[in-house]
Design a protein around this ligand. Structure first.
Ligand code: ZN
Length: 250
């Protein structure tokens, strides 16, 4: 649901900026509307799916609506934001043990899981929603550092924030679900077609708004929005917050 304000506009903004805000509100509203999907009717669970992050959880919930035998759980709580420094609790590991399928964002966003997966559930089927989607490089100053024996990917993992990339992730998840649950294959693909068409329509709207912007430079709070900016045809000049637990410097 788009957030509406009763407060009058205090400052006149350039039309393109207002239009950009409208698209962002529309995208946010679209995502929020997905989060209020009805709880599926109780039915014996035959396929237990675990989604690592909130965006891939929403994508998967959309695709599995109308399949009451499919249960979808979320690993990283929505309020945790990006799981760059997430440490799974014993309860989280229990979820990993119980699931048959793990839907991941990919591109290194779930590096925290590598060791836990081997220990908890080495046989789990993994659906990497990022497969085959061309990634953007990380912004300057955020290139990977190796530490504690592991290395982060050199690419920006926040694909879900770009409507076009999100549409491709949805199709990847549908293909993965179709492989593990062939009976539902046609329905998963049909749902992915409808859903990705809506996301692509948002992407086209975003591109037309960006095309009308007089100035293309944009500073991001977190690199999570780089794909959104890219789809809008904007140039990311800089990123303020290099890491979620580091306060921005002067
Ligand atoms: Zn992030």
């Amino acid at each position: 649901m788009p957030v509406q304000s009763d407060a009058p506009e205090r400052h006149a903004r350039p039309a393109s900026f207002s239009a950009m805000l409208a698209v962002l509100a529309m995208l946010a509203g679209f995502v929020l509307s997905l989060s209020s999907l009805p709880i599926q009717a109780a039915a014996p669970t035959r396929l237990h799916v675990l989604a690592t992050t909130f965006p891939v959880y929403l994508f998967t919930r959309n695709l599995t609506q109308g399949h009451p035998h499919v249960r979808v759980d979320l690993l990283v709580p929505a309020q945790s934001g990006c799981p760059h420094d997430f440490a799974p609790s014993p309860h989280d590991l229990q979820k990993l043990v119980q699931a048959q399928v793990l839907v991941m964002n990919g591109l290194g966003l779930e590096n925290f899981l590598t060791a836990a997966l081997k220990k908890s559930n080495a046989n789990i089927t993994i659906i990497d929603s990022s497969a085959g989607i061309p990634p953007l490089p990380l912004p300057r100053g955020m290139r990977p550092a190796s530490h504690a024996g592991h290395k982060h990917e050199a690419v920006n993992p926040h694909l879900f924030a770009g409507p076009r990339q999100a549409a491709a992730m949805v199709c990847n998840i549908a293909s993965g679900l179709a492989r593990v649950d062939p009976e539902g294959a046609a329905a998963y693909h049909a749902a992915a077609e409808t859903y990705s068409a809506r996301l692509l329509a948002v992407g086209r709207r975003l591109a037309s708004v960006g095309a009308g912007a007089r100035r293309k430079g944009i500073v991001l709070q977190h690199d999570a929005l780089a794909y959104l900016a890219h789809d809008a045809g904007l140039d990311v000049v800089d990123v303020i917050q290099e890491s979620e637990d580091i306060q921005p410097s002067a």
